[in-house]
Design a protein around this ligand. Structure first.
Ligand code: ZN
Length: 395
């Protein structure tokens, strides 16, 4: 395509970076068990079976497991690169995750080690691999400590080019400890990618009940979700009451909170709402006549349309692009001139491989879009603008 292609959303962390109780999904639980008995045997078996079995959910899950059980992030990165070999020069934004604070139990490889792996890989693949820095505020005691950590990894000549947030792992985006980080990011045009869909990876502890005793617990309860009527807490329609972490995660992820707090304070902040709110919400929004102001996809979409108030808001289509049910809607968005300068191509490798193989996603999506101008826009031009900061410009 003349210009090289970016995949703006990929993961290469191996299973040692993942807590033992990663999720309530059966196959992720299975990984937890598997890790205890991690052996070359189970890796080889998973690889062999997935290669034999072809196109069905079980073999895709095994393929996912076989990738994750590879012993190094480099091996996983190389599998990713191979999938794009026929495109010539392809480059990848790699998103690590700090999974030590999501209530999922112990992890095999400390987070700093996960980052160190990426620093080393950045030296080896200086243009091909563009790592972001995953941040979980619970790692830090205050805003200064968070900023110091960020500045240790991001700056002139440093390895990391942006920040990855994952509120579903148990925090609100306006957590006090992130305040200085946002000011720093806004000042330097640093890109931030924040997870924004309802998925299997989330905080795994049990949230407390919303009552007067717990109301000041800002990890779980946000003032934008309730008002006080005298002594009574009156939650609004946006608050998800369930104490099941799989449901409760939506309180943290809702892009309304991000917009009303972080972006109100830092309107020029460069933020990518990953997954565009998710395929389910995207389909629902259109089904409801595109008027639901609380629909996540709708919230993001209206920010993309409003360049005056949200000049640097983006959405990536990773994971969501595997859902056949929204293929037409996505194509329409990519062709919509009001918003397409802010849409980023990404796949969510290799988390997404339980849905579809990387090769099939890439080939299928490009064939579906069938428009080289639009492809260049979302897979090169837009990502290029998103990534460019005072510290980093893609070569
Ligand atoms: Zn992801």
């Amino acid at each position: 395509m003349g210009k090289y292609l970016f995949n703006a959303h990929s993961h290469i962390f191996d299973f040692k970076c993942v807590p033992n109780h990663m999720s309530d999904k059966w196959y992720l639980k299975w990984i937890g068990i598997n890790k205890i008995v991690t052996s070359k045997f189970s890796r080889v078996l998973a690889g062999k079976y997935s290669a034999l079995a072809g196109e069905n959910k079980i073999s895709r899950v095994l393929n996912f497991v076989a990738i994750g059980m590879n012993s190094t992030q480099e091996e996983i990165f190389n599998i990713l690169q191979k999938n794009y070999a026929n495109l010539g020069d392809a480059r990848f934004v790699v998103l690590p995750m700090d999974m030590e604070y999501m209530g999922g139990g112990p992890i095999g490889k400390p987070y700093r080690q996960q980052l160190y792996d990426l620093m080393r890989l950045r030296v080896q693949y200086p243009d091909k691999m563009i790592p972001f820095l995953g941040i979980h505020p619970d790692r830090f005691k205050d805003r200064n400590e968070t900023l110091r950590f960020v500045q240790e990894y991001i700056g002139k000549g440093k390895a990391f080019a942006g920040i990855k947030l994952y509120p579903a792992t148990g925090y609100y985006p306006d957590d006090e400890r992130l305040a200085d980080m946002y000011a720093f990011a806004e000042e330097h045009g640093l890109p931030i990618t924040t997870h924004c869909t309802h998925g299997p990876t989330h905080y795994l502890g049990k949230p407390p009940a919303l009552n007067k005793r717990n109301i000041d617990n800002r990890k779980f309860f946000h003032p934008l979700y309730y008002r006080m009527d005298g002594d009574t807490i009156v939650p609004n329609e946006l608050f998800v009451h369930s104490r099941k972490p799989g449901d409760f995660q939506d309180n943290w992820t809702n892009p309304y909170i991000f917009r009303e707090t972080v972006l109100k304070k830092h309107p020029r902040l460069k933020v990518n709402f990953a997954h565009f709110g998710g395929a389910g919400r995207m389909a629902q929004y259109h089904k409801d006549g595109c008027t639901d102001t609380n629909n996540w996809y709708g919230i993001i979409r209206r920010m993309l349309e409003d360049e005056v108030h949200y000049p640097n808001v983006y959405a990536d289509i990773s994971y969501t692009l595997t859902k056949k049910s929204v293929a037409g809607l996505l194509a329409a968005d990519i062709n919509d001139e009001r918003i397409n300068r802010r849409i980023l191509f990404g796949t969510d490798y290799y988390v997404v491989s339980v849905e579809q193989y990387e090769e099939a996603i890439k080939t299928g999506f490009f064939a579906e879009l069938n428009d080289i101008v639009m492809l260049t826009k979302i897979a090169h031009d837009n990502v290029n603008t998103f990534l460019t900061s005072s510290f980093f410009k893609p070569a």
